[in-house]
Design a protein around this ligand. Structure first.
Ligand SMILES: Cc1cc2nc3c(=O)[nH]c(=O)nc-3n(C[C@H](O)[C@H](O)[C@H](O)COP(=O)(O)OP(=O)(O)OC[C@H]3O[C@@H](n4cnc5c(N)ncnc54)[C@H](O)[C@@H]3O)c2cc1C
Length: 535
């Protein structure tokens, strides 16, 4: 182990892949899921190998690597230069015990199907399963089940990265660490790149996608995870996988008040952490809890999503929770229903579902809970579609307002996380900040991590302006609470998210990131304008 790594030339010297400059090829590639207007590119190339990636990068002045373009921050929206689509880098192969190596262009759902055939799965997947693994690594994506499995970073064991100069780095976890005095040295054909990790302190929360990872003796691989394409093009990665999970159930819990819902979440989190600590086979084992607030529920009802998914949400519900509960292998639907039916009887057999029901009963929400039993994938899918109906409905309202009222109206949303013991304070802060500004808003998200997405439902451009101001105010407060105002979606080209990054680490911190970028990509050719401007 040392602080120096020698980059190598690509495996073959090849001609760069063709750059398609036709409007047809670029159609649909000029924006990502953030739908920022004005995306433009000189052309698009679709390399098939590491060598083609290297040949392209070394001959272009400006390159934006893209995956599935599901970025919600404009990170995959081109601002000139050439788009490097990774969609032909799709090989998947075993790479040792519980390790798989996948091309950057493998969609997560394709990876999961391949793993399922081998009796395994990749645990920390984000909600959008069409995302490519290269994009997931580049954004250090996290998902609903971060509560149990963490975010992407610790699951990546190796990366192959093409640098801006066209040299290739083979990064293996544990192989290269920052030297406290000298930082890192990357030896390339055209010189030695020297740089130090940022000296800013990252918040101690389960997810943080906020510029470059920094720690005194950090692993070099961690710098490229979450760098949003600005330091190198990820060609392939090796991930750790788990044996396929045992049984699972989902529960939809209608809570009469927000505080009652939060109490349920606290109890389920505590019980699950105790189960993991004690390795208790009878304990509650929750991997994720998703949350929809009252305004989300109104949106679902207005859009008929509840009826469409055959779900009845009691009118008195203030907070809806969707819980993913892991159960011992072999638990059948019949066993699950028996356990639920007998859970409150004296002498009921102990087990995860019995204990789960007892927690719900203690909080007065057992009768307003519906269970999708193990194996009932249709019902579980309906619950998930209900949850997804909230962002879909809110995003549609934003689009409608843009068309009908003012074309400057845009999605005005945050993605913040606090240590869970400050979650109630964060929710109170959102409610107060939005109410003071007279804004209509909805909040949903990954409550088991303390990470939610407050979204303004704008009725005018003034609402968007006030919503952005509120987000900056929230960001300052979240940093004070020890959290991150940039939890899982990254920074991208969003001016608001770039302002939140400065707010987190100060101008000094962003300068330290710029210094790393300048050392590794001196021509500033990779994803320019993503994370921060060149200046
Ligand atoms: C419906 C929906 C749900 C979502 N849910 C979640 C969620 O639960 N959690 C979460 O974290 N995110 C979520 N996202 C955001 C998004 O899916 C993630 O950020 C995802 O990781 C992006 O992957 P992608 O392949 O689409 O990357 P893209 O959007 O194409 O790119 C994202 C960034 O990564 C860079 N990049 C892409 N590929 C490479 C590569 N091979 N090498 C170097 N840089 C690269 C790009 O330059 C860009 O800066 C969601 C998005 C949508 C639309």
């Amino acid at each position: 182990m040392g602080h120096t790594i020698r980059a190598r030339p690509p495996r073959e010297q090849v001609a760069p892949p063709g750059i398609d400059r036709s409007p047809e090829a670029l159609a649909g590639r000029l924006e990502d899921a953030a739908h920022f207007p004005g995306g433009h590119a000189d052309g698009i190339a679709r390399p098939r190998t590491e060598s083609e990636v290297a040949a392209l990068v070394s001959t272009c002045a400006s390159v934006l690597p893209i995956g599935a373009q599901s970025s919600v921050t404009g990170g995959a929206t081109p601002a000139g230069g050439v788009l490097l689509s990774t969609d032909r880098l799709t090989a998947i192969e075993p790479a040792g015990p519980r390790r798989y190596r996948a091309g950057a262009g493998v969609p997560l759902d394709a990876l999961q199907s391949r793993l399922a055939a081998d009796g395994c799965w990749y645990a920390p997947a984000p909600t959008y399963t069409g995302a490519f693994v290269g994009g997931v690594a580049a954004t250090n994506a996290a998902g609903a089940a971060t509560f149990k499995y963490g975010a992407t970073r610790p699951w990546i064991e190796a990366l192959t990265v093409v640098l801006g100069c066209g040299d290739v780095l083979d990064l293996e976890r544990g192989a290269v660490h920052a030297d406290p005095a000298h930082g890192f040295e990357v030896v390339c054909a055209h010189g030695i790149r020297r740089f130090r990790p940022g000296r800013y302190v990252m918040p101690g929360v389960p997810k943080c996608s906020a510029g470059y990872y920094a720690a005194a003796e950090m692993d070099l691989i961690d710098l490229f995870i979450g760098a949003e394409g600005t330091l190198g093009v990820i060609v392939d990665l090796t991930v750790r996988v788990l044996p396929a999970p045992g049984a699972a159930a989902s529960a939809l819990i209608s809570c009469p008040t927000e505080s009652a819902g939060l109490a349920v979440v606290h109890a389920l989190r505590d019980a699950s952490q105790q189960t993991w600590a004690e390795k208790d086979p009878l304990g509650i084992d929750v991997s994720a809890i998703e949350h929809l607030d009252q305004r989300c529920l109104e949106v679902l009802r207005e859009d008929g999503v509840d009826r469409g998914q055959s779900v009845t949400i009691p009118g008195s519900t203030e907070l809806l929770l969707l819980v993913q509960l892991e159960l011992p292998a072999g638990t059948t639907a019949a066993m699950a229903y028996d356990a639920v039916a007998g859970a409150l009887e004296p002498g009921a057999p102990d087990g995860p579902l019995m204990r789960f029901c007892q927690v719900l009963a203690a909080h007065g929400v057992l009768d307003s809970t519906e269970l999708a039993a193990p194996g009932d994938s249709r019902r579980a899918h309906q619950f998930l579609m209900l949850r997804e109906g909230a962002p879909v409905g809110v995003n549609r309202r934003v689009g409608d307002a843009r068309r009908r009222i003012d074309d400057r109206i845009d999605k005005t949303a945050a993605d913040m996380i606090v240590p869970f013991d400050r979650f109630d304070d964060m929710m109170a802060m959102y409610r107060d900040g939005y109410a003071r500004r007279g804004l209509d808003y909805a909040i949903w998200g990954h409550i088991s991590d303390g990470n939610v997405h407050p979204n303004v439902i704008p009725r005018s451009y003034a609402d968007v302006v006030a919503g952005r101001e509120a987000i900056l105010e929230f960001g300052r407060e979240v940093v004070r609470m020890g959290g991150s105002p940039l939890a899982e979606h990254g920074v991208g080209r969003s001016s608001l998210k770039q302002a939140l990054l400065r707010l987190m680490y100060g101008d000094k911190g962003v300068e330290q990131m710029r210094a790393i970028k300048a050392a590794l990509d001196p021509d500033w050719k990779l994803a320019p304008g993503v994370l921060f401007a060149r200046q």
